[in-house]
Ligand binder design. Structure first.
Ligand SMILES: Cc1ncc(COP(=O)(O)O)c(C=O)c1O
Length: 407
């Protein structure tokens, strides 16, 4: 087995993964970021932190999540397909792994308020769950456009007691929501923790969120090893990159396992309407970190697009940028149409409705199999449940009123 020396080396003491990552923040944010980085290092290995998080995972969020052998898909594709069922985590997506970890840390740091940004609403919902669980006042910044397309999650956040703050600047989507939350945090960090939802933003967020999501890959490894199976590939979709980093991290050093990072090609790469930061972005700074992003000639972030709001972000976490540059990742790109096909297929063939984000990872697995590039055992990280996307899906499939099934 060939090894890639990695664990314990990244990020370095400056929060860098090679030249990616770092802490590019205004003066006003330096004290808050420094306090967070120091406290995280101090508390993360304490018995109190580890035991409390373990208790929460086992008895509240519902870990370990199953690793399901997808029999129909395996038969159809000619390889063994396993699905890591983050859709079955409380809240319906992997996001809660991170929000419960960060909220626990915030509580132990003496903060009693949480703020978060959200695009799809899934991270905002997971933050609202954490806020309710830990009895912390919670504000979620959300672009006005996203509030309309993810109305179901807005309602769910409000029902859990969180305040949803509409952001009306720029494209009124996730990018502006992050900026608004960062601005708010710089003035309120004395009693407030900013709970970032992916492996993005300034150090220590990419490392910390990865650490909280790492449980996904650890469980995949243990669950496969129990069945005496070694995987050939792990496949995950990439928005900011947290479910992918979580699923990949424990396999990075073992080069016999292919790691496929799948981005949203939206209406097609050539249309310009996509979210292909790793596949087609250029290097720059976004939300406090050096990374690949979609940007114009002047270095301003460009609008991204995907049918799936959770993948609709113009940047991508710095650790994924580094791994891609090291050649440790294989990159995939899946269009809206391909993701919808994968959604339809899995729903009917396996009785599992994947989130549109996760449908991108599935569609990539199907593509690999069709091109004879998949063999042995492949694991697809099913990052979330499709319930939140039903309006969009029904609209697209034109099923609402006539009840017809298109085959
Ligand atoms: C179900 C689901 N999967 C994936 C993502 C993408 O985020 P990340 O790349 O951080 O895993 C989101 C984001 O909201 C999501 O809701």
């Amino acid at each position: 087995m060939t090894r890639f020396e990695y664990h314990g080396k990244y990020p370095d003491s400056k929060g860098k993964f090679g030249r990616f990552g770092g802490t590019y923040v205004p003066e006003t944010l330096v004290p808050a970021i420094t306090e967070l980085a120091n406290k995280y290092i101090e508390l993360k290995d304490s018995t109190e932190f580890i035991d409390t998080l373990q208790e929460i995972r086992e008895h509240y969020t519902g870990r370990p999540t199953p690793l399901t052998h997808a029999r129909g898909a395996s038969e159809d594709l000619g390889c063994q397909v396993f699905l890591k069922r983050e859709d079955l985590l409380h809240g319906g997506a992997h996001k809660l792994n991170n929000t419960m970890g960060q909220a626990l840390l915030a509580k132990m740091m003496g903060k009693h308020k949480l703020i978060a940004e959200t695009g799809a609403g899934q991270h905002g919902f997971a933050t609202a769950i954490a806020g309710a669980y830990f009895n912390m006042e919670t504000k979620v910044f959300m672009g006005k456009v996203d509030m309309v397309r993810q109305a179901y999650n807005v309602a769910r956040m409000r029902l859990l007691g969180a305040e949803v703050v509409p952001v009306t600047l720029g494209s009124q989507t996730l990018k502006e929501a992050v900026s608004a939350a960062l601005r708010y945090w710089s003035a309120h960090s004395n009693d407030t923790h900013y709970l970032i939802g992916s492996v993005m933003g300034p150090h220590p967020y990419p490392m910390m969120v990865r650490d909280f999501q790492r449980v996904i890959g650890k469980e995949i490894k243990a669950q496969l090893s129990k069945r005496k199976i070694t995987p050939n590939a792990i496949i995950a979709c990439v928005g900011g990159g947290s479910n992918a980093m979580g699923a990949f991290y424990d396999f990075i050093e073992d080069k016999s396992v292919e790691l496929h990072a799948v981005e949203a090609a939206g209406r097609g790469e050539n249309s310009g309407e996509h979210a292909l930061a790793l596949n087609a972005g250029t290097e720059g700074i976004l939300h406090g970190a050096r990374e690949f992003l979609l940007q114009d000639d002047y270095g301003n972030p460009r609008e991204s697009y995907s049918i799936s709001a959770g993948l609709d972000y113009p940047g991508v976490g710095p650790e994924l940028c580094f791994l891609a540059e090291c050649g440790r990742l294989k990159l995939g790109k899946i269009t809206d149409e391909e993701a919808l096909e994968a959604f339809k297929y899995l729903s009917k063939r396996e009785g599992i409705m994947p989130a549109l984000e996760s449908s991108h990872a599935l569609a990539h697995a199907f593509k690999l199999a069709r091109e004879d590039k998949a063999s042995g055992t492949i694991v697809v990280n099913l990052s979330g449940h499709g319930g939140k996307d039903l309006d969009i899906i029904l609209d697209k499939l034109d099923l609402e009123n006539n009840g017809d099934h298109d085959e």
